[in-house]
Design a protein around this ligand. Structure first.
Ligand code: NAD
Ligand code: NAD
Lengths: 205, 205
């Protein structure tokens, strides 16, 4: 482990810190981290320094701050990265939309349950089978997911996204989603736009 | 002309009535219509009766009401009928979107300047070359147009739509359109939705 790059140890620190946090700990020393993960304490201290985490004597590190420093360093939780589920006509249009890239947003992966779409590229974006979604999203720490599946599949996909750690769902399916309070849903509703336009026109007449 | 069906005479009445209106007339008798269009006055009177227009003795018909009765009878100005210009990835997705049909909205024609798209069918909708748009839209009396072309072409398409008599534009191109006050624009802005979602998520953190 000593010769493995920092970037491979950080995910390990992260899962350990998450479990420490869930057990009620708020601070931790590099020595404790080293002991739990069977890593040389000097390596742990150097890693924390490398990612800009500052500990206090005898107290150690504030766990949420250390987790944030890991996120920062790994580029995780980047709100400019999105995944999309449902690569049909609307999904492909969204993947192909260059307007997103121009503003710094990037769809980094697509998922679909249609076997003929697994393994293809749409506008340079890799499409994976839906059963790979939770795992990949967890590993990539993506926080925004786009739903572009038929309405009857939308809730099931939302549940998978929540399980995968997604915190923001951009929902294009005409179906009200049930999600935990910590997850935000942006409902895209094209029909409403058209009705608003019509009403505006009737008003003009 | 006597044996031609009512439905072929009505467009003729309509253009004559429009020009009468633009000359400042507000009422007109079936006799005057008959004289101008070289049609038997009895036919004109029967036609007006057939479309539910009621005239007053010696005054004749209120022109706007007569025009409205023609619109009603012909099914013109039906706000549930739309045309779309730009049949690329977003345009095809919109044409393919069954959500519109379910709510009674119908895209009745598509237009594009890509020669390879002229004459094809997308989801049962005929695609025409863009140079046919103004004429077809005028004849069909469609009042809502969708713009799904690249932003640099959007204003030019909007101008054509206005010329064609379109009163409501649903604009998906990220480009602020200049239109007369009588035309309503519904601007669809996906980037803004994504930014709103992101802001909501940052607020949650
Ligand atoms: N097309 C549009 O312009 C438009 C506009 C507004 C809203 N919508 C909504 O967006 C959604 C998609 O519309 P579309 O026109 O692209 O439909 P579509 O049928 O072309 O695409 C749906 C895609 O989702 C995939 N899919 C279905 N169930 C899945 C599941 N359980 N897991 C993963 N993938 C799954 C399908 O294989 C398909 O590729 C619908 O809910 C529709 O109501 C579409
Ligand atoms: N794809 C999306 O999800 C998405 C989302 C939001 C906004 N938009 C906007 O919608 C528009 C279309 O996006 P797209 O991804 O479908 O692009 P696209 O390049 O796939 O499609 C554009 C279509 O417009 C046609 N066209 C270009 N100039 C024309 C002209 N003068 N007259 C008639 N047709 C013309 C092209 O031949 C092409 O078929 C763009 O303005 C884009 O910014 C797209």
């Amino acid at each position: 482990t000593f010769s493995a790059p920092l970037i491979r140890r950080l995910p390990e620190y992260h899962s350990y810190l998450e479990s420490a946090l869930s057990q009620g700990l708020t601070t931790i020393s590099s020595t404790a981290i080293a002991a739990h993960l069977n890593i040389d304490p000097i390596v742990v201290r150097k890693d924390c320094e490398a990612i800009g985490a500052v500990g206090r004597p005898r107290i150690g590190f504030d766990i949420p701050n250390l987790i944030a420093a890991i996120y920062e360093y790994m580029g995780w939780g980047n709100l400019d990265e999105l995944v999309i589920v449902g690569c049909g006509s609307l999904g492909s249009a969204l993947i192909g939309y260059n307007g997103f890239k121009k503003r710094g947003f990037k769809i980094i992966a697509g998922f679909d349950n249609d076997p003929s779409k697994a393994g293809i590229l749409i506008n340079g974006v890799s499409i994976f089978p839906i059963n790979k979604m939770v795992n990949l999203v967890k590993r990539l720490h993506v926080e925004i997911g786009i739903i572009a599946v038929p309405p009857q599949a939308a809730q099931e996909i939302a549940d998978m996204m929540v399980e995968a750690g997604i915190k923001g769902i951009w929902n294009f399916s005409p179906c009200a989603l049930k999600v935990p309070k910590t997850v935000i849903v942006q409902q895209e509703d094209l029909i409403t736009s058209l009705v608003i336009l019509q009403k505006g026109m009737k008003h003009e007449r």
